[in-house]
Every structure is written in C-alpha cells, then in structure tokens.
Design a protein around this ligand. Structure first.
Ligand code: SF4
Length: 169
C-alpha cells in the first residue's frame, strides 16, 4: 500500500471544487495535455513534492468544519493506489468525496490498474472528461467545459454506465 502522494499542492478551504467547504488536493502528473489547461504546472510526473498521506490526513483532521475533500490535478487516477487509502480514511470520517479526471468514466473502467475501481467505490461525485477549450463555459457548475459530466459515482458503478448527478446537470 502506498504511503505517500506526489502532489502539486493543496487548497485548505475551497468553495469552488465541489459542494460545501472542501479541502482540495492537486496531484502532480497528467498524461492528457488538454489545450488551454489551467494547471499546466501539474503535468510533469517528475514535478511536485512527495507528501506522506498521514500529513494530508492530519491537516484535514485539524479542520473538522470541512464537508468534503476533492481530488484534482493533474490526473488523480494516475495515483489511484496512493489516493485509495486516503479516500478510505476520509470516508470513515464521513467526508463527501469528489474527484476530477481527464478520463471518461468508461475509460476509467477499462484502465489496467486494480486500484481504479476501488477508488471509484469511495467517491460520491466524479467530474469526468478532458477539458475542451471550444466547449468552455463559465456558467457550468464545477466543470470547465460542457463535454464534462458531473456523475453520481455509486449510481454509475451500479449501472456500469455514467449516471449524472442531477443536482449539477
Ligand atoms: S486533464 Fe485536467 S490537468 Fe490534465 S491536461 Fe486536462 S485539464 Fe489539465
């Protein structure tokens, strides 16, 4: 089991990365290279800082008012094995969990990484798909471009197909 994550940074109190006040974790490393990406400094897999999972957990525990935690990036599902124990620990604390990914839900299910599905099983919401500049809109809630979807993850896993979180459509 992984005990550290390669991180680009964190935001300790965010109201733009999901419902409620959240702690947002920006992982380092992304293979998608979406033109117009707002976080190009997170693409290099050799960049960022190795951060013990326990350090992140301690910091979240120090702010009990946080409703949830969001995994952003970078590409969180390139560090699924590291995020999985963190996600389990956060779920045990009753936190609402959300992740961003440049993969579609369908692509995630076909990845050859045994930690991906267990990580999905810990999540409440998933914003999926690459950022497409031509479909960018500032009116979208929690999304950058209209091709992306805000998915109800438990319902999507049960259906084995993407199911929208209707409150955010
Ligand atoms: S998936 Fe996200 S972090 Fe990666 S290139 Fe696309 S917009 Fe940037």
């Amino acid at each position: 089991m992984e005990d550290s994550l390669r991180l680009a940074g964190v935001v300790r109190e965010s109201i733009v990365d999901g419902p409620g006040i959240r702690y947002t974790i920006f992982v380092q490393g992304c293979p998608h290279n979406c033109p117009g990406c707002h976080n190009p400094q997170t693409h290099d897999f050799a960049g960022g800082t190795d951060t013990p999972i326990q350090t992140v957990l301690d910091e979240i525990d120090a702010s009990p008012f946080l409703k949830g935690v969001t995994f952003s990036g970078g590409e969180p599902f390139c560090q699924a094995a590291g995020l999985l124990p963190l996600a389990k620990a956060l779920k045990a604390r009753g936190k609402h969990l959300m992740a961003y990914t440049g993969y579609t839900f369908e692509e995630l299910l076909s990845l050859n990484d045994s930690a991906v599905r267990p990580l999905l099983e810990q999540l409440d919401l998933l914003v999926d798909g690459r950022f497409i500049e031509a479909e960018k809109s500032l009116a979208l809630k929690f999304r950058g471009s209209s091709n992306q979807r805000v998915l109800d993850v438990p319902a999507s896993l049960q259906a084995n197909a993407p199911v929208w979180a209707e409150a955010y459509r």
